[in-house]
Design a protein around this ligand. Structure first.
Ligand code: GDG
Length: 514
């Protein structure tokens, strides 16, 4: 069998590049090297030339194509990031639907399918990643591709109630039946997707497999992990290195404690709410002032989307206000750094921080939570404060689980974490470490590919390993219904020069022919 991976973006590794510390890209590359394979997707370049470029690295071929400006606008910024991303994160109020964006999205999926079909061999197993490419398998099937095709959805999947607000969502959901296996991050997401297939498309199910027309699709959760050992080594090494940002942090913080947040600058990550919660913590506990700082690392992301520019402004404003209100001439409570650091630096920051504050409003999994745990010193570990709405909360019950919509609760969890006795920190750390170690990134790729290549694809009932069953004190591990943003799906005005194209009918557009 040869493996074909398809993802929105493809980064071609340098000839002699050494993978620093795991990560999804590295794990997929390793899986490709094991089987020999092809990685196909967008080069990240926007330009007129849209021919395919192939680069060979060992037994792996990287095939990339550029997007035109119009494709980037409609497929990537438009439908993927202004419609699918917010609605999948339960943010109806931020969901902006444009018919022309949807047409562009289908167009890029169709073009990818056309180009991919030419490269596919009979024994290839195809693994497609993420929400940019949901209809890709349906387009491949239309071209007669009968290979085994799997999809993994990296972000949350909402209930039919929420998703059906998106125009054409029924058509889109139906295209998932073209896959043999659909992987979700959590059981909740898998159940939501099955609910959508049944309620919106009339599929039949036994709870794990879904039948729609002539096709049968297995739906299963595969919680993604990290390369724990690689990350642990990186963090341990960062302590020994002389000129690292970690050293400089130590000098600038002195004896002060550190709370850390690391997130792409994205509204799903709850950065502004987190800053407010840290401010509230310092307001309610004046004894802590001057003794602890929050470092929020927030590399910019999708800054062409207006909501992200607004978040950029808001986070500056909130941090500035709180620093002015609470700070002292010799103490800055909050530092927000809007740039990316190396993985080594990141591992060092995690290790230095007494508290890892991971409080997304909604997240598929959240790898930062797992990286924070992996980076801790086992003899004196820090405490993870984790949102119940991160997929990771389903596995990491020994973190302090919080509701990110409840500023007071997050503030009190910071206090609890900072005051936690060492014995309890070690006990929680050991339980968390066991979970991430036994469900790492290699376990994840292997488990997914095993399920995809099994014939016929059989959904497992087995849950991912989990050591501790008791909920964290004073918290519940079961995610409750989210506090929904109850705004309406907004229509954006069409920018000058962009045509409103005719949209295909809701049903029957992407007919699934085997
Ligand atoms: C999506 C889903 C799911 C962050 N800042 C820097 C940096 N990072 C790295 C982190 C982590 C990664 O980026 C972020 O991963 P997350 O999982 O937290 O979030 P998304 O980017 O939204 O990823 C998510 C994931 O897919 C995988 O399935 O878990 O739920 O939304 O690895 O460390 N890396 C470096 N410098 C930075 O400044 N080098």
């Amino acid at each position: 069998m040869r493996l074909v991976v398809v993802s929105n973006r493809v980064t071609i590794p340098d000839r002699h590049e050494k993978a620093a510390a795991g990560g999804l890209a590295v794990a997929l590359r390793e899986a490709l090297e094991r089987h020999g394979g092809l990685w196909f997707g967008w080069s990240g370049v926007v330009g007129a030339a849209r021919q395919l470029r192939e680069t060979q690295r060992g037994n792996v071929t990287y095939a990339v194509t550029d997007l035109s400006e119009a494709e980037r606008e409609s497929y990537y910024l438009g439908f993927s990031n202004r419609a699918l991303w917010p609605i999948m994160h339960y943010r109806l109020g931020l969901t902006e639907f444009q018919r022309s964006d949807y047409i562009g999205y289908l167009g890029v999926n169709r073009r990818f399918a056309r180009e991919l079909t030419r490269m596919i061999q009979p024994d290839d197993v195809i693994w497609i990643h993420d929400y940019h490419l949901i209809p890709l398998a349906a387009e491949l099937r239309r071209r007669g591709v009968t290979n085994r095709i799997g999809y993994f959805h990296h972000i949350p999947w909402p209930s039919a109630d929420v998703l059906s607000a998106l125009p054409f969502s029924t058509t889109l959901v139906r295209t998932l039946a073209a896959y043999d296996l659909v992987g979700m991050q959590t059981e909740v997401d898998a159940r939501n997707l099955i609910g959508c297939l049944v309620d919106m498309c009339g599929a039949r199910t036994d709870g794990r497999r879904v039948r729609l027309g002539v096709r049968e699709t297995a739906v299963q959760s595969f919680p993604i992990g990290i390369d724990v050992e690689a990350f642990r080594r990186l963090a341990a090494a960062s302590v020994r290195q002389a000129a690292t940002p970690l050293r400089a942090t130590r000098e600038s913080l002195g004896e002060r404690k550190l709370v850390i947040g690391v997130d792409r600058l994205d509204y799903s990550k709850g950065i502004v709410q987190r800053l407010e919660a840290f401010g509230q913590f310092l307001q309610s506990h004046p004894d802590e002032r001057g003794r602890v700082s929050l470092l929020q690392i927030a590399p910019p992301s999708r800054s062409d989307v207006p909501e992200y520019a607004e978040l950029d402004r808001m986070s500056d404003e909130v941090a500035g206000r709180l620093n002015a209100q609470i700070g002292e001439f010799d103490w800055t409570p909050i530092r927000v750094v809007k740039k990316a650091y190396s993985r080594t630096a990141l591992a060092g920051f995690y290790r230095r921080a007494e508290v890892g504050l991971v409080t997304p409003m909604r997240d598929g999994m959240n790898l930062v939570a797992k990286e924070y745990v992996a980076a801790q010193n086992p003899a004196d570990p820090g405490v993870l404060v984790l949102s119940r709405f991160a997929g990771a909360a389903q596995q990491l019950g020994e973190a302090l689980i919080v509701n990110p919509y409840d500023t007071h609760e997050v503030a009190e969890a910071i206090r609890t974490a900072l005051a936690m006795p060492k014995s309890e920190r070690i006990r929680r750390f050991e339980a968390l470490y066991h979970v991430i170690e036994t469900s790492g990134i290699h376990w994840w790729t292997q488990r997914y590919l095993d399920a995809l290549t099994r014939s016929p694809v059989e959904a497992e009932i087995a849950e991912p390993p989990r050591k501790v069953d008791a909920p964290a004190r004073g918290t519940s591990r079961k995610p409750r219904a989210a506090v929904l943003d109850r705004g309406e799906v907004k229509g954006r005005p069409v920018p000058a020069g962009r045509k409103r194209n005719a949209v295909p009918a809701e049903s029957g557009h992407l007919t699934l022919v085997r």
